[in-house]
Design a protein around this ligand. Structure first.
Ligand code: PGA
Length: 253
């Protein structure tokens, strides 16, 4: 089945009011492509205001795991993000797993909070270089995904997006070959099929890790690659739009 391509711009800890205004005003809708941008928390409200008349949707980059309110200094809850206009939240990004010690269990707990608030998780999974070299890719990504399914139930995936992001490809300029990425995407879809075939067929599985205008088309040509989670290239309007146009070109209706 053909799924509409989804391109998510993960701005990470980048941007300023001035830079965001310029970037967002340069982003235009692209046919057959759904576009989401994920600014830092503090820019969600201003980005939402700027995108009022746009089909571009908003994601947050993180969410509190424990509760929707209470004594959790420095945290931002799912309900607060929903109030700010976010529709999606990135969870389990490898930078959070690596630098902030986020475990599979914590990622699953964050997904529960999103479920309560009616927000859609963009669940990141992916192996390190050492894990790939040890032949553990399928073991790692299935462990990461099953932790979420076990806590939240398979129905969550009817509302969710999965992003396969090999850790060694993020921000390094190294991309998985389209065939290597396709193999993991197919594996993930088959894993979900075991639980629910209908959800698996509709599920968007994005690739992330050094996606650029010049490698996007070959990735999007793969049957189980439904779009991209884009870091660095999402900060430059022309580069990001070129990736969106490559997604549109690959759409077969
Ligand atoms: P990158 O980041 O495109 O800069 O490699 C991707 C990501 O971390 O989501």
């Amino acid at each position: 089945m053909s799924r509409v391509k989804l391109i998510v711009g993960n701005w990470k800890m980048n941007g300023s009011f001035a830079a965001n205004t310029t970037l967002l005003s340069a982003l235009t809708a692209v046919p057959a492509v759904k576009i989401i941008v994920a600014p830092p928390f503090v820019y969600l409200a201003s980005s939402y205001a700027q995108l009022t008349d746009s089909t571009i949707e908003l994601a947050a980059q993180n969410v509190a795991s424990e509760a929707q309110q209470g004594a959790y200094t420095g945290e931002v809850s799912a309900l607060m993000l929903a109030e700010l206009g976010a529709k999606y939240v990135i969870v389990g990004h490898s930078e959070r797993r690596q630098y902030y010690g986020e475990t599979d269990a914590l990622v699953a707990q964050k997904c529960l909070r999103l479920q309560e608030a009616g927000l859609k998780p963009i669940i990141c999974v992916g192996e390190t270089l050492a894990e790939r070299e040890a032949g553990q890719v399928e073991m790692v990504v299935s462990r990461q995904l099953k932790a979420v399914i076990d806590s939240c139930g398979i129905d969550l995936l009817a509302q969710a997006v999965i992003a396969y992001e090999p850790v060694w490809a993020i921000g390094t300029g190294k991309t998985a070959t389209p065939n290597d990425a396709q193999a993991v995407h197919q594996f993930l879809r088959q894993l979900v099929t075991i639980y629910d075939k209908n959800i698996a067929e509709k599920l968007s599985i994005l690739y992330g890790g050094s996606v650029k205008a010049d490698n996007a088309a070959s990735l999007f040509a793969m049957p189980d690659i439904d779009g991209a989670l884009v870091g660095g290239a999402s900060l430059i309007a022309n580069d990001f739009l070129a990736i969106c146009h490559a997604a549109n070109a690959s759409y077969v209706g």
